[in-house]
Ligand binder design. Structure first.
Ligand SMILES: C[S@@+](CC[C@H](N)C(=O)[O-])C[C@H]1O[C@@H](n2cnc3c(N)ncnc32)[C@H](O)[C@@H]1O
Length: 204
C-alpha cells in the first residue's frame, strides 16, 4: 500500500498539540548538542511541517530552508517566518521523492519524525548525500522500532519506527560514515511510551 497521508488537512492545527511542540524542542536541542552548529552553515530541514524544528534551529545557523510536500504546512512555516522576522529561514514546497530539488548545497540536512512516512528511504538518503557539501552532516530523528500503535491512523505510515541496525545500514549504503545513534527522548501516549532516536552521520 502506498497511499500517502494528506498533511494539508493537519497544517492549521499542527502546532496546537503541546506534545508535538515539546518533541520538536527536544529534537532541536539534541541536534545542537550532537553537532557543532555554526552560523556559517546552510541547512535544509526535510519534512519541515510548520517549522517546529526548523525555527528552533534557525538562530544557531547561517540559513535554513524547510522543505515539505504539503503546501499548507509550508504556508504555515512562511507565515511564522514573517511574524517572527526570521530572515534566514524560508519554506519551500518540494517533494524530494519525486526528484524535486531545492537547488542549493548544504552543510546540514535535518529531518524530524518524517522518515517513517517515506516508503523507499535509500534513494532519499542518497539524494541527501548529493545535496550535502563534502563532509556535510545529517541529523535524522524518528521513532525507534514500535508495535504500530503510535499512529491511530495508519494511512501513509510505511515504517513502524526503525531499529539502529536498519538506520546504520541505510546510512552507510547511501554514502554516510561516522554514524552515531542515540535515544534522545520519548513520546508518551496513555500508558505507552515511544523512544525517539537521533542519528547523525557525515557525507563521505
Ligand atoms: C509527522 S510530520 C513532521 C513535521 C515536522 N518535522 C515536525 O516535527 O513537526 C511529517 C512531514 O513530512 C512531510 N512529508 C511527507 N512526505 C514527504 C515528502 N515526500 N517530501 C517532503 N515532505 C514530506 C509531511 O507533509 C509532513 O509535514
Amino acid at each position: 500500500m502506498t497511499e500517502r497521508r494528506d498533511f494539508d488537512v493537519a497544517a492549521a492545527e499542527w502546532d496546537e498539540k503541546p506534545r508535538r511542540v515539546k518533541l520538536a524542542q527536544e529534537i532541536a536541542d539534541a541536534i545542537s548538542e550532537a553537532l557543532p552548529l555554526s552560523q556559517t552553515w546552510d541547512a535544509m530541514d526535510f519534512g519541515c511541517g510548520t517549522g517546529l524544528v526548523t525555527l528552533n534551529l534557525a538562530p544557531r545557523l547561517g540559513s535554513i530552508v524547510g522543505v515539505d510536500s504539503s503546501l499548507k504546512m509550508v504556508e504555515r512555516l512562511n507565515a511564522k517566518v514573517v511574524e517572527l522576522g526570521c530572515a534566514n529561514t524560508r519554506g519551500v514546497r518540494l517533494d524530494l521523492e519525486r526528484g524535486e530539488l531545492p537547488g542549493g548545497r548544504y552543510h546540514l540536512i535535518t529531518s524530524a519524525m518524517t522518515m517513517h512516512h517515506i516508503p523507499e528511504l535509500a534513494p532519499l538518503l542518497t539524494a541527501f548525500r548529493n545535496l550535502l557539501h563534502p563532509g556535510g552532516r545529517i541529523a535524522l530523528a524518528d521513532l525507534e522500532a514500535e508495535d504500530g500503535s503510535f499512529h491511530e491512523n495508519p494511512v501513509g505510515v510505511f515504517h513502524q519506527g526503525f531499529s539502529r541496525e536498519q538506520i546504520t545500514q541505510l546510512l552507510s549504503q547511501s554514502g554516510f560514515s561516522d554514524i552515531a545513534i542515540s535515544t534522545v527522548t520519548e513520546v508518551t501516549k496513555g500508558e505507552a511510551s515511544y523512544p525517539v532516536f537521533l542519528a547523525t552521520a557525515t557525507a563521505s
